[in-house]
Design a protein around this ligand. Structure first.
Ligand code: SF4
Ligand code: FES
Length: 281
């Protein structure tokens, strides 16, 4: 039986502080997984591909895109009975059986992609995925738009995680959209644009010493010695403020250290995204 190690985020998400593991069956394979880890993460560790556009390992799951649906069966249920659940939000438990690519699962994803294709007909990401599920053209009325936003809210959650909460979802129903209602809150860090799964957030990066995103133009600070772009003054001030709020030293003579701080910020982001390696035996 293959053992699945908890990832960084599984660990954080675990319902209990214990090292409890459970045994589940996923696509016919018996595996051991951390109690409380989400099906999507366990499947990822096993290299089982489940489409998931609104999930990101560094962010809390949200369950917006509905593409990660899988079928489950709990111990004690009738043999014929299975339920569809969103795998990014469903924690594993002992005896759970999971089917990630059954006929029912594929049919469900097909419907979701059909609808998404009508919402964002110009999105290559949705178009490619839809074709994988046999949807060449949407059967619904296509929106006449170049917008490729699928309302996954990754940008909203990422901005919250950065500590700015500048991005919000506005309006309701099919008219819902994301925007930055208070432009002062945006620090031009570009995290939202880089994490958007459908490249829906337009920006002009570091052109002639300026950066533009969400219709706001930012100056850029560069390292005096290397010429490397360190970020926008607003971003650097935000990092400085957060560091000092946490009692970290940030004296003036450390201005060249900004470059290191930025690198550290990115490497910790990558570390959060990365998986824990199996320790050497
Ligand atoms: S702009 Fe991108 S990240 Fe934000 S909700 Fe739309 S698709 Fe998701
Ligand atoms: S990844 Fe689960 S609903 Fe989007």
């Amino acid at each position: 039986m293959r053992k699945v190690r908890p990832t960084l985020d599984d660990t954080a998400r675990m319902m209990s502080e214990t090292n409890e593991t459970v045994t589940i069956t996923i696509d016919g394979r018996d595996v051991e997984a951390p109690a409380g880890a989400y099906i999507l993460d366990v499947a990822g560790e096993l290299d089982i591909d489940i489409p998931s556009l609104c999930a990101h390992p560094g962010l809390e799951p949200f369950g917006a895109c509905r593409l990660c649906v899988v079928e489950i069966q709990k111990p004690g249920w009738d043999d014929w009975y299975r339920q569809l659940v969103t795998s990014c939000l469903y924690p594993v438990a002992d005896g759970l059986k999971v089917w990630t690519n059954s006929e029912e699962v594929r049919r469900n994803r097909e419907v979701v992609l059909d609808l998404q294709l009508a919402r964002v007909p110009k999105s290559d990401v949705i178009g490619d995925l839809a074709r994988e599920y046999g949807v060449e053209r949407t059967s619904y009325a296509e929106r006449d738009t170049d917008d490729t936003c699928i309302m996954c809210a990754i940008c909203v959650r990422a901005c919250d995680a950065v500590g700015r909460s500048a991005i919000a979802t506005l309006s309701r129903g099919p008219d819902k959209y994301v925007d930055v209602p208070d432009k002062d809150a945006c620090i031009g860090c570009l995290v939202c644009a880089h994490l958007c799964p459908t490249d829906a957030i337009a920006f002009v990066a570091d052109d002639n010493g300026k950066r533009t995103i969400w219709d706001k133009q930012f100056d850029l600070v560069t390292d005096e010695r290397t010429g490397e772009v360190l970020g926008t003054p607003e971003y650097l001030e935000h990092v400085r403020q957060r560091a000092t709020d946490r009692g970290l030293r940030w004296p003036d003579e450390m201005k060249h250290e900004s470059a290191k701080v930025k690198r550290r910020t990115y490497s910790s982001k990558l570390a959060r995204v990365g998986r824990i390696e199996e320790p050497a035996e």
